[in-house]
Design a protein around this ligand. Sequence first.
Ligand code: BG6
Length: 472
Amino acid sequence: MTNTTSPFPEGFLWGGATAANQIEGAYNQDGKGLSVQDVLPHGLRSPRTPAPTPDNLKLEAIDFYHHYAEDIALFAEMGFKVFRFSIAWSRIFPNGDDKEPNEAGLAFYDRVLDELEKHGIEALVTLSHYETPLHLADAYGGWTDRRLINLYERYARTLLERYGSRVKYWLTFNEINSLVHEPFMSAGIPETEQLTEQDLYQAMHHELVASARATRIAREVAPNAKIGCMIIAMPIYPLSPSPQDAAAVMDLDHSNLAFGDVHTRGAYPGYFLRAMKEKGIELNITDEDRKDLTNTVDFVSFSYYQSVAHTSDPAKLIRGEGNIMGGVPNPTLETSEWGWQIDPIGLRLVINQFWDRWQKPLFIVENGFGAKDQLVDVNGVKTVIDDYRIAYLNDHLVQVGEGIADGADVIGYTSWGCIDLVSATTAQLSKRYGYIYVDRNDDGTGSLERFKKKSFDWYAEVIRTNGATLQG
Ligand code: BG6
């Protein structure tokens, strides 16, 4: 049934999301330094390489660096109100610890913003999306080193001063809770045998302080900017109705929610301090850190792809194939070709949980379906008949509407990979999310030509009708 009245409020920010390392390419042009992504040719499937290698698709990606005007024009054709992209830290500070920023890097994002403004599209900028400058990983040990707080502060200040009057929405760290699961990709932390949980949680603390400092700086230099945190949302279901499983779910949920709690409440919650104590971890937290943390965010953003199950029974604690958080497979759900469990209702659940818990505007900044696409010829026009993607997005958006009807203040939705890009976990191009097909293959061949998929027109219609055409 089609909605006749849409639950989506007027001014809802419809759009799409990307990250620099997954679209830009030009990995060493105009003064850009290396980032951790330039040495992860196979994503999380194999270890880093000492230097960039030709099999790394991210080095050229979809060459957004040279196609941005064409791509933004296509986003405008779909009616985007907002476009999420990240700024590559190593394009601005090539080594991360340089004294002065690289003007050519800054000028590139000026051009991107010019183009967005031309089409009336709002920018949503992620400061750090799995792109720590490689030098900070190699010479500092990534975010385990407290000095990164000041280096990030310099970077954040540079961006907020330069673009603060043009960019309203900012995210400090992409999926900040991924740090403890994927230390190198998420936080530039070398995954050596010496790495301890103490190191990881100290790094988490450094990022939380850095995030709060960015918020503080924004208040000073960009008063109209709205700062958000960004976390992986993952509803967790008990595998059985036993109280033991419910308690295990609560503990696992807490380990995620801690990141949002600190960002929205300005201090560590009791359950987190208890967990640290029980792990024998003593965090180095200064008085200045505590003060910094009180700079809480304006809104909470999150990615949502899937839910998981959890159990207290070690024999049943099997890790699913899903995204970087892992989790026990839920026998009631179907999965994508990459083993990610499909659960639209889970999105309504997290919207409600986050809204009830934090009472801050919510922004869904990632959601989407990675699938293999077949380029076909329809009446002489090349396209992809991606009904599977339309179904996934429709069903999730219907649940966003339910969450809004439940009373949550959801301000926007940017589907992930609005144009095909290189996957983060597997570094493939064949894992496609886009409304726009990009002719590039896993072996690096392809013309880079762009083609509209069936979902392109579908999403344009959803945006035009503010969600009224969704099929509930
Ligand atoms: C999120 C990341 O975890 O999931 C994105 O923020 C990533 O960078 C997205 O691309 C989808 O994951 P994947 O592995 O399919 O690219």
